[in-house]
Design a protein around this ligand. Structure first.
Ligand SMILES: *[C@@H]1O[C@H](CO)[C@@H](O)[C@H](O)[C@H]1NC(C)=O
Ligand SMILES: *[C@@H]1O[C@H](CO)[C@@H](O)[C@H](O)[C@H]1NC(C)=O
Ligand SMILES: *[C@@H]1O[C@H](CO)[C@@H](O)[C@H](O)[C@H]1NC(C)=O
Ligand SMILES: *[C@@H]1O[C@H](CO)[C@@H](O)[C@H](O)[C@H]1NC(C)=O
Ligand SMILES: *[C@@H]1O[C@H](CO)[C@@H](O)[C@H](O)[C@H]1NC(C)=O
Ligand SMILES: *[C@@H]1O[C@H](CO)[C@@H](O)[C@H](O)[C@H]1NC(C)=O
Ligand SMILES: *[C@@H]1O[C@H](CO)[C@@H](O)[C@H](O)[C@H]1NC(C)=O
Ligand SMILES: *[C@@H]1O[C@H](CO)[C@@H](O)[C@H](O)[C@H]1NC(C)=O
Length: 507
C-alpha cells in the first residue's frame, strides 16, 4: 500500500471508530463530551446538546424514555448544530437520538441530574486508587450506578477551543477500574451528594497537576488583576488550560463546580491570588451562563478546598497566605467578594507519610465530606446544615489578656500555641516576622477563648492571627473546632488598625 493510500485508510478507520463510539451513521455527530451513560442537567435548567452535521440540514433530537420530547435545531451552520431541550426532571434512562435528513446518531442510557465540574491541580487529579481505604472505596462503585464520571484529557491550547482535544474517560457507569483512575475528591463529593439528593449526579473532571490559577483563567479575568499575557509553551502558561479544558464545556449546562488548587501559586503570583481566584470564579460563571444560553446560573455554586499542608516548618508563609487569599482575605466564605461559594478547610488533615509526598494527603474522605456540607448549605439551600468552622466575632484586649468571642459555640481540643499576637505601638503592616509572639490559651468557655498577651502589654497588641503555619497541627488536632468537633476553625489574621466590621473592641 502506498503511503497516501495508507493515510486515507487510517483516516477512514478513525472516522468509523468515532462513528461507532457514538452509534452514528453518516456524518452527524455529538460533541466529544456527549456520550452513552452521560448525565444531562435536570430541570428547572434546560440541557444543551450540540454537535457536528451536514451544512444546511436541520437536526431533530428525539428524547425517548420516561417523558419523551422532540426538539429541532436551526439548519447546521459552519458545521455545527445545537438544541436546547425542554426541562427534564431527574431520572431516566433516556435515549437521545439526533437525526438529520441524511444521518442519525444515538446516545443510550442517559440520565438527568446535576452536573458538577471538578477542577484544579494535583489534589483534584489525585486518584481514588491512591487514597486511604482505596479498596473499600472502589468496592462501593457498584452501589452508585447513578453517579457517572467523565474526564477530559490533559491538553493545552493557545486559542479557545470549542470542543475537547481528547477525552480521557468517556461517561461511564462507575466500575472499580474506571474509578481507580478518576479523581477521588470529585468521586467522593458526587457519591456523598447522591446519598443526600438521591438522584443522578454527573461528574466532569478537568484538572492538571502543578498548574497555577492563571492557566485556568481567560485573558479577560487575568486582565482584571493586572496579569499580563505570558508563556513559554508549558501548561503553566496563562489561559492555556482555560482554552483547552474549560472553554469547550461552556455550552453544556452545569449545576456547579468544585475546585482544589492553590499549591502552585504559593510561590507564583501569590500576592495576586486574592484577585485572580475570585476573578476566575466570576469569569467562569459569566462564560458558562452565556455559553449555555442562560441555562447555567450566572452565580452558579462554586466550592473549593482550602489548602491542606505541605512543609512542617514555621518560616514559610506560602500556604498561610494562599489560604487567606482563597477567601479574598476575609477568612471565610461565602462573603461579599465571593458570593455563593463554599470552602472545605483542610489544614488539619496532614499526611506525614504519604507515598505521593506530603503535599498530597491521602485523606480525601474528610475533604469531600466538608465540601458536601458546604454544597448542601450553599448550593442546595439546607439552611440548618452547619458547614463553617468558628470565626471570631469580637476581639477584646483587656488587662493582660485578649478575649476572642466566636460566632458560634467552640470546642477547644488543645491549648497548643496556635494564636500569635503582633506586638507594636505603631500602626503598621504586620512585618517584620520577629514581632509575632505566641499567645497561650489560658481559659475558654462555650463561645470565647482567653489568650495571654504576655509579654506584650495589651495596648501594644497590633494584630492577632490563628494557625498561620503551613502545617499547624497533627491530624485532626488543631486547637479550635465547632461544637461537634468536626469542622475546624479556619485560619485568620486581623490587624487592630485596619480591620473592618469593628471586630476589635476597646475598653
Ligand atoms: C437509534 O435508536 C433507535 C431507537 O432506540 C433505533 O431504532 C436506531 O436504529 C438507532 N440508530 C442508530 C444509528 O444506532
Ligand atoms: C492530549 O492529551 C492526551 C493525553 O494526555 C495526549 O495523549 C495527547 O497527545 C494530547 N493531544 C494534544 C494535541 O496535545
Ligand atoms: C491582596 O493581597 C495583597 C498582598 O497581601 C495586598 O497587598 C492587596 O491589597 C490585596 N488585594 C485585595 C484586592 O484584597
Ligand atoms: C457556544 O456558546 C457561545 C456563546 O453563546 C457561542 O458563541 C458558540 O458558538 C457556541 N458554540 C457551540 C458549539 O454551540
Ligand atoms: C513538626 O516539627 C516540629 C518541630 O520540629 C515537631 O515537634 C513536630 O513533631 C513535627 N510534626 C510533624 C507532624 O512532623
Ligand atoms: C479507613 O477505614 C478505617 C476503618 O473503617 C476508618 O477507621 C478510617 O477512618 C478510614 N479512613 C478514612 C480516611 O476514611
Ligand atoms: C465566656 O467568657 C466570656 C469572657 O470571659 C464571657 O464574657 C462570657 O459571658 C462567657 N460565656 C459563657 C457562655 O459562659
Ligand atoms: C492605620 O493606618 C491605616 C493605613 O495605613 C489607616 O487607614 C488607619 O486609619 C490607621 N489607624 C489608626 C488608628 O491610626
Amino acid at each position: 500500500m502506498n503511503p497516501g493510500r495508507r493515510l486515507v485508510m487510517a483516516v477512514i478507520s478513525v472516522v468509523l471508530l468515532l462513528a461507532a463510539l457514538h452509534h452514528c451513521d453518516g456524518t452527524l455527530r455529538f460533541a466529544s463530551y456527549y456520550g452513552d451513560h452521560m448525565v444531562l442537567q435536570k430541570s428547572p435548567q434546560r440541557a444543551v446538546l450540540w454537535g457536528y452535521g451536514p451544512e444546511g440540514e436541520q437536526v431533530t433530537v428525539y428524547l425517548t424514555g420516561p417523558v419523551p420530547q422532540k426538539v429541532s435545531s436551526p439548519p447546521v451552520t459552519e458545521g455545527i448544530w445545537r438544541v436546547t431541550l425542554e426541562p427534564v426532571d431527574a431520572g431516566g434512562p433516556y435515549n437521545v437520538q439526533a437525526e438529520s435528513e441524511s444521518s442519525k446518531c444515538n446516545l443510550t442510557d442517559v440520565l438527568f441530574g446535576d452536573i458538577w465540574l471538578c477542577g484544579g491541580q494535583s489534589n483534584m487529579y489525585f486518584k481514588t486508587s491512591q487514597i486511604f481505604n482505596a479498596s473499600e472505596e472502589l468496592a462501593l462503585s457498584s452501589k452508585y450506578p447513578h453517579v457517572r464520571p467523565f474526564m477530559a484529557s490533559l491538553n493545552m491550547s493557545k486559542t479557545e477551543r470549542i470542543d475537547l482535544i481528547q477525552v480521557e474517560i468517556p461517561w461511564s457507569v462507575p466500575t472499580t477500574s474506571v474509578l481507580a483512575e478518576f479523581s477521588a475528591v470529585c468521586w467522593l463529593f458526587g457519591r456523598y451528594m447522591y446519598d443526600t439528593l438521591k438522584y443522578p449526579i454527573g461528574l466532569v473532571e478537568s484538572c492538571w497537576g502543578g498548574t497555577p490559577v492563571e492557566a485556568w483563567s481567560s485573558s479577560r479575568a487575568l486582565k482584571q488583576c493586572g496579569l499580563q499575557q505570558s508563556g513559554d509553551g508549558s501548561m503553566m502558561d496563562n489561559t492555556v488550560l482555560w482554552n483547552a479544558m474549560i472553554h469547550p464545556f461552556l455550552n453544556m449546562t452545569i449545576y456547579g463546580a468544585i475546585w482544589y488548587q492553590g499549591e502552585a501559586n504559593a510561590e507564583y503570583h501569590k500576592d495576586k491570588y486574592n484577585c485572580s481566584f475570585p476573578a476566575m470564579i466570576n469569569d467562569w460563571r459569566m462564560a458558562f451562563h452565556q455559553g449555555s444560553g442562560q441555562q447555567t446560573a450566572l452565580d452558579f455554586p462554586f466550592g473549593f478546598v482550602q489548602l491542606s499542608t505541605y512543609k512542617n516548618n514555621s518560616i514559610d508563609d506560602g500556604f498561610p497566605d494562599i489560604r487567606w487569599h482563597q477567601t479574598a482575605d476575609v477568612g471565610f466564605v461565602p462573603n461579599s467578594r465571593m458570593k455563593n461559594t463554599f470552602m472545605a478547610v483542610a489544614l488539619d488533615l496532614p499526611d506525614k507519610t504519604s507515598p505521593y509526598g506530603t503535599i498530597h494527603p491521602r485523606d480525601k474522605q474528610d475533604v469531600a465530606l466538608r465540601l458536601t456540607l458546604g454544597a448542601r448549605a450553599v448550593a442546595y439551600g439546607e439552611t440548618d446544615t452547619p458547614f463553617q468552622g468558628p470565626f471570631p466575632k469580637q476581639i477584646l484586649p483587656i488587662q493582660m489578656s485578649i478575649i476572642i468571642t466566636y460566632n458560634q459555640a467552640v470546642s477547644v481540643t488543645s491549648s497548643k500555641n496556635m494564636f500569635e499576637i503582633f506586638c507594636s505601638e505603631k500602626n503598621v503592616s504586620c512585618e517584620p516576622k520577629s514581632f509575632w509572639f505566641p499567645a497561650a490559651i489560658v481559659d475558654w468557655n462555650q463561645t470565647s477563648i482567653q489568650l495571654s498577651a504576655a509579654p506584650c502589654p495589651v495596648s501594644k497588641v497590633a494584630a492577632l492571627r490563628y494557625a498561620w503555619r503551613d502545617w499547624p497541627c497533627e491530624f485532626k488536632a488543631c486547637p479550635v473546632y465547632d461544637a461537634s468537633g468536626n469542622l475546624p476553625a479556619p485560619p485568620f489574621i486581623t490587624n487592630r488598625y485596619t480591620a473592618n466590621q469593628n471586630i476589635w473592641k476597646s475598653t
